[in-house]
Design a protein around this ligand. Structure first.
Ligand code: PLP
Length: 380
């Protein structure tokens, strides 16, 4: 792709494809599982032999994501979990992994059981306490530090530049889960992170019709070689159709994310001091404890995710959720349509999420409609 293009152009043109045979401007879906050799037994393309690890459609989407994040290489996976777990699986018995106590709960639960099974030491830092990360990393030799920013579902912001310095001076590598920040609002590799992870199921796809994960590396080091080998051997690649849909979704990511950010801050500000609301959690509000870090670290908006805590506890909160007409009650986030979820009920026993909290994924609808929907549900 040509150098120095602005993000909007990179995304909209998504590789500037023009088919050599017909001049088609949309790339075809390439479903072939295997690739032929010529009379001498040589492959037509040295990059394509077998589709468990090589997909023309994935490569197109990977090159756009790699450029957006400013990385050395990008790999797509069959889900966000497949991508994140591939990176953690590069750790060896005896290594130490440091992760936030507040993060995507399924990944946290998997890390606990994986680390226990494989003799990897797992330590948690409190992302609400700015000093805790450094303290925990330095308590013992650490190989990998995990940051999720904003952190699901209370949207703490971790200072990535500071975390990278702490990780590197401890001899560790920094991974950032940038799913909620999208590849547009924060650039973790520029801030010193070694790897960026996205559940591409969310904003990158943006239409709630593809499950996918992406890893981007700052450099192609030995850990990256292991990641590539895990994907190649375990076959967690994204299928051609899903890769094609992902690329199509990415063409409008900048517009979707911009609108979601505008809608989210308008909703956050509207309900911050609203009767019946205990607290609005959104990094764009000056009342948010990490607002200053968010301003420094996020460009062009504070994301489309926010949570609202309501007066009246669990029952009242569940009742408000039940009365919403336009927010779809569903898990996930980052699609064009607005979703709502009572996270504590979904996460169940052992959840750290307050039971008076609703998590909202703000979509790109008319913001007045969304505000009116929440107002009516609170007032009913
Ligand atoms: N990270 C975050 C922040 C998420 O919200 C999710 C999914 O909800 C994941 C990771 C896992 O991604 P996937 O569902 O694509 O496997």
């Amino acid at each position: 792709m040509s150098a120095n293009l602005k993000t909007e152009t990179v995304l909209t043109q998504a590789g500037h494809y023009i088919g050599r045979e017909t001049g088609s401007i949309v790339p075809p879906i390439q479903p072939s599982t295997t690739f032929a050799r010529n009379e001498k037994g040589e492959l037509y393309s040295s990059d394509h032999m077998y589709a468990r690890d090589q997909s023309v459609n994935s490569e197109m989407a990977e090159s756009v994501l790699c450029e957006l994040e400013g990385g050395a290489s990008c790999k797509l996976f069959a889900s966000g979990m497949a991508a994140a777990t591939a990176l953690v699986q590069t750790l060896r018995p005896g290594d130490r992994l440091v992760v936030p106590s507040i993060m995507y709960w399924s990944l946290r639960a998997w890390m606990i059981s994986f680390c226990e099974d494989w003799g990897i030491s797992l330590a948690f830092y409190d992302p609400t306490d700015e000093e805790d990360l450094e303290k925990i990393v330095n308590e013992a030799p650490t190989k990998m530090l995990w940051v999720e920013s904003p952190a699901n579902p209370t949207w703490e912001i971790v200072d990535i530049e500071k975390a990278a310095k702490i990780a590197h001076s401890a001899g560790a590598q920094l991974v950032t889960d940038s799913t909620v920040s999208t590849p547009l609002l924060t650039k973790p590799l520029e801030l010193g992170a070694d790897f960026v992870f996205h559940s591409a199921t969310k904003y990158i796809n943006g239409h709630s019709d593809v499950v996918a994960g992406a890893l981007i590396t700052a450099k192609e080091d030995t850990r990256w070689e292991k990641v590539c080998s895990i994907r190649a051997q375990q076959g967690g690649i994204l299928g051609p159709f899903e890769s094609w849909l992902l690329l199509r979704g990415m063409r409008t990511m900048h517009l979707r994310v911009e609108r979601a950010c505008e809608n989210a801050i308008a909703i956050a500000q509207h309900f911050e001091n609203f009767s019946g609301v205990l607290q609005v959690l959104y990094p764009g509000l000056t009342s948010h404890p990490n607002h200053e870090t968010a301003v420094r670290q996020m460009r062009g908006g504070f994301g489309g995710m926010l949570s609202i805590r309501f007066n009246g506890g669990k029952e009242k909160t569940a009742h408000i959720m039940g009365r919403l007409k336009h927010f779809v009650r569903a898990t996930s986030l980052g699609g064009v349509e607005s979703l709502v979820e009572h996270r504590a009920l979904i996460e169940g026993d052992g959840t750290l999420v307050p039971d008076d909290l609703l998590r909202f994924s703000i979509g790109i609808e008319n913001v007045a409609d969304l505000i009116q929907d929440i107002e009516k549900a609170i007032q009913a």
